[in-house]
Design a protein around this ligand. Structure first.
Ligand SMILES: *Cc1c(COP(=O)(O)O)cnc(C)c1O
Length: 403
């Protein structure tokens, strides 16, 4: 994906080309094909500027160039999947201060496979038996505030969620059927029990503790923080700001638990994980993404997101009736979020209507709903230069609807 190809793509895309060509200087741009073919155009698939963030339904993330290169460079060789997992797992584990690690088909899959391994241990009969949990310890203690839709990943193994709120509840909930606990990091502040107290309880009752930190980098230290803290299993997405493949994630933690999880995972069949396949390209790609991410200049990256956010904010905030606010979420998706609201008497436009105009404009832009019928704009998934287009489009639409 060299610059020439990028420019060729841009010049065959009339509107985009004229707007974008001077702006793209360093990053490659998704959508170019070496053959000159463009499948998005050919199949009529809408592509857009992502001013929303890393969402599964928007296809996740833009992989680092090194990650894409890893995928294309490794497709021509065969390798044993277990060997690729062994070698990559060792490196990832070392980077993240874990005993062991394995690449999964996303964070959700890491939660399923990690849970399955806790339920089965190294017993092949139990591996074959799941999701039937007859005779298997299978209750998972989860705080009420953490009992959110993603617990489906736990239940997928046949396990049952036991919801608790307080330390007393926790103690009462422990039984000979307790298998594991699960902590959803993004909802830390909503729960009554925090990490250290939670882990003390787990140690006291000798229950393995899993944590979901799917979208919780940056900061980079979160890659090892929860392993250092004492969680037995840590699950993270590969396709959010780690910028690996969207269809990959990582399960890391205690050696015996990772080994058990792998018994429930491909390349072995006859287990509940068989459908959660990752191939060598993705396994290697996750390793390269992590290496690249760990060595990224995170301050510089944050400054770049902030500068883009500021440029967009400045383009709209002086329009009469427009109010803006920038905040950084405390735990997950910790990058600047620009909230834009406006006075409906001065600007005759509803939030969803504005989102539609941005989506149907040229180039198409996706933003997310904000507070009180406003919108939110996130710059962490924008290519350099796209912030100017987003700023211009927002300005245009607000002025057009001003009374
Ligand atoms: C995104 C997300 C997941 C799912 O991760 P995938 O990598 O898409 O499988 C799970 N938990 C939380 C909190 C998430 O944000």
């Amino acid at each position: 994906m060299n610059r020439r190809n990028i420019l060729r793509y841009l010049t065959v895309t009339p509107v985009l080309g004229s707007i974008l060509s001077p702006l793209f200087t360093e990053k490659s741009f998704a959508g170019q094909f070496k053959s000159g073919r463009n499948l998005f155009r050919e199949l009529g698939i809408r592509t857009f500027i992502n001013a929303a963030g890393t969402y599964t339904h928007m296809s996740g993330t833009i992989m680092y160039d090194e990650v894409v290169e890893t995928i294309t460079a490794s497709v021509g060789e065969f390798a044993m999947i277990d060997e690729v997992q062994d070698k990559v797992g060792e490196r990832i584990a070392a980077m993240c201060h874990a005993e062991a690690a394995t690449v999964t088909a996303g964070c959700w899959s890491a939660v399923v496979l990690g849970t399955a391994g806790v339920l089965t241990g190294s017993d092949p009969k139990k591996v074959a038996q799941l999701p039937d949990v007859t005779g298997i310890r299978s209750e998972i203690i989860v705080q009420k505030a953490h009992n959110f839709g993603y617990v489906h990943a736990l239940k997928n193994t046949g396990a049952k969620v036991v919801e608790i709120e307080t330390v007393e509840d926790f103690k009462r909930a422990v039984s000979k059927n307790t298998a594991m606990t699960w902590f959803l990091n993004v909802f830390t502040d909503e729960g009554k029990i925090r990490h250290h107290e939670w882990l003390e309880l787990c140690k006291q009752y000798k229950i393995p503790a899993m944590i979901d930190i799917a979208a919780d980098i940056p900061p980079v230290e979160n890659l090892w923080k929860y392993n250092d803290m004492g969680f037995d299993l840590v699950c993270i997405s590969g396709g959010k700001l780690l910028r690996g493949p969207q269809s990959a994630g990582i399960l890391m933690g205690k050696k015996n638990l990772i080994a058990a999880a792998r018994l429930c995972a491909p390349p072995r069949g006859m287990n509940i994980g068989r459908g959660m396949k990752v191939n060598k390209e993705e396994i290697l790609a996750v390793y390269v993404a992590m290496e690249k991410y760990v060595n990224t200049d995170h301050d510089k990256e944050m400054k770049s997101w902030s500068a883009k956010t500021l440029l967009i904010e400045n383009a709209v905030k002086k329009i009469p009736g427009v109010r803006t606010e920038v905040y950084i979420p405390p735990i997950a998706n910790r990058t600047p979020v620009l909230l834009i609201n406006w006075n409906g008497n001065l600007i005759r436009l509803k939030g969803p209507e504005l989102m539609g105009k941005l989506r149907n404009g040229s180039p198409s832009i996706e933003v997310m709903p904000g507070k009180n019928d406003g919108i939110s704009v996130i710059t962490n998934s924008m290519q350099n230069g796209q912030e100017k287009i987003v700023a211009r489009r927002l300005h245009e639409e607000f002025i057009r609807s001003s009374v």
